[in-house]
Design a binder for this molecule. Structure first.
Ligand code: GLA
Length: 416
């Protein structure tokens, strides 16, 4: 009898152990992009907007030093991304080499330097035969390039779309995604095909972000005739705003890199930065961090605003109304908060009488959350003065007589 009991116990124990071990086995990972790299929009710096092709090891190291010294790293900006023009030729086996004149110590040494500062290093390539500036593209070398980046310990790839006339966009971006995965090093994949093939419809499982527009310039507004080929802050907002339902944790609409500190006046820089935070855009700085005005620094380091961008609910803000050029924006945040912005797209200062009851809304498209100003009282925190400004009231009345400056914003965080 005792023996039988022992035997049964043994069988049960073995079965349980086997079941447990089977559960503990890592599941074979389905092929796909590296997960968990952009649960909130990526933050960092990129060389293109300020330096174009005039890049070097010294500049990149100087930027890495500055991003730490200024406190920007600790505010969340951790990627140092080298854009176009770092390339040398391919070696005899087809592996891409760095331009030794610009980067004499090589890419691995630069990655080591950047990593030693608690930062990550990004690089740039192109799905076509050549990059936009005419350097070797990855077409036909995707797996080799991914291996090379992994060897160099790169953490981020921006992948452009020049000279790709006969290339299938979905195939090309999926191919590089798979190559990055196969190379074995987690690398954030930033797609840059300018929205030409509506990547928001098919790339959620391909990249961590996709550009939604052509290239930004350091201009806030202007007609297409005035602005030429480039985009302005306002033209980009118009194209990016309707795409909010496609953005979310791990896959963001990318309205291009920041131009803060590159020549626009402070009000326009502030409005630009605010809107990129409201739209849950990747925050990739584009100015010379070694040499910034206090005003630029204050904008880029606004932690209250950064918190809106990095909010874990991961919902891109919604443009609720446009009242004669005053745009009313809401972004639902984790825990029932809302970010609220009035963007003045005109050059004139505009008087605005704020009655919260005008903004009882439900975000039907994405979060399904409602503002409920009739029943909910929120504390109002000014995201630029960093001061509490009273509360919303349930009464249907004008509560605030505001002056919204031309090409500027008023932004609040509303907390239940
Ligand atoms: C394209 C991209 C830019 C930049 C340049 C580099 O225009 O959209 O962001 O990378 O190429 O040549």
């Amino acid at each position: 009898m005792k023996r039988k009991a022992l035997f049964i116990t043994f069988v049960v124990l073995t079965a349980t152990l086997t079941a447990l071990t089977m559960q503990a086995q890592p599941r074979r990972q389905a092929p796909g992009k590296w997960e968990g790299l952009a649960d909130t929009p990526q933050m960092g710096w990129n060389s293109w907007n300020r330096f174009q092709g005039n890049i070097s090891e010294d500049i990149i190291k100087g930027i890495a030093d500055a991003i730490v010294e200024t406190g920007l790293r600790d505010a969340g900006y951790i990627y140092i991304n080298i854009d176009d023009c770092w390339h040398g030729q391919r070696d005899a086996d087809g592996f891409i080499q760095v331009d030794k004149n610009k980067f004499p110590s090589g890419m691995k040494a630069l990655a080591d330097y950047v990593h030693s500062k608690g930062l990550k290093l990004g690089i740039y390539s192109d799905a076509g035969s050549r990059t936009c500036a005419g350097f070797p593209g990855s077409l036909g070398h995707e797996y080799q390039d991914a291996i090379q980046y992994a060897r160099w310990e790169i953490d981020y790839l921006k992948y452009d779309w020049c000279n790709a006339n006969n290339v299938n966009p979905r195939g090309a971006y999926a191919l590089m995604r798979d190559a990055l995965r196969a190379a074995g090093r987690p690398i954030l994949f930033s797609m840059c095909e300018w929205g030409t093939n509506q990547p928001w419809e098919w790339a959620a499982n391909v990249g961590h972000s996709w550009r939604t527009t052509g290239d930004i310039t350091n201009k806030f507004a202007g007609t297409p005739a005035q602005r030429g080929w480039g985009q302005t802050v306002l033209s980009i907002i118009d194209q990016n705003a309707p795409l909010r339902k496609y953005a979310g944790k791990g896959h963001w609409n990318d309205p291009d890199m920041l131009e803060v500190g590159n020549g626009m006046p402070e009000n326009e820089d502030r409005a630009h930065f605010t809107m990129w935070c409201m739209m849950a855009a990747p925050l990739i700085l584009g100015n010379d961090l070694r040499n910034m005005s206090q005003a630029t620094r204050d904008i880029l380091m606004n932690r209250d605003m950064i918190a809106v961008n990095q909010d874990t609910l991961g919902v891109q803000g919604l443009r609720y109304k446009d009242i004669d050029g005053l745009q009313i924006w809401f972004k639902p945040l984790a825990g029932g908060d809302w970010a609220f912005t009035i963007l003045n797209t005109t050059e004139q200062d505009v008087n605005f009488n704020l009655n919260w009851q005008d903004f009882n809304l439900t975000d039907d498209e994405v979060s399904k959350l409602s503002t409920n100003f009739d029943t909910t009282v929120y504390r109002v925190f000014n995201l630029w003065t960093h001061k509490q400004e009273g509360k919303t009231s349930k009464a249907n009345k004008v509560e605030r007589k505001l002056v919204v400056k031309g090409h500027d914003v008023i932004a609040y965080r509303l907390t239940k």
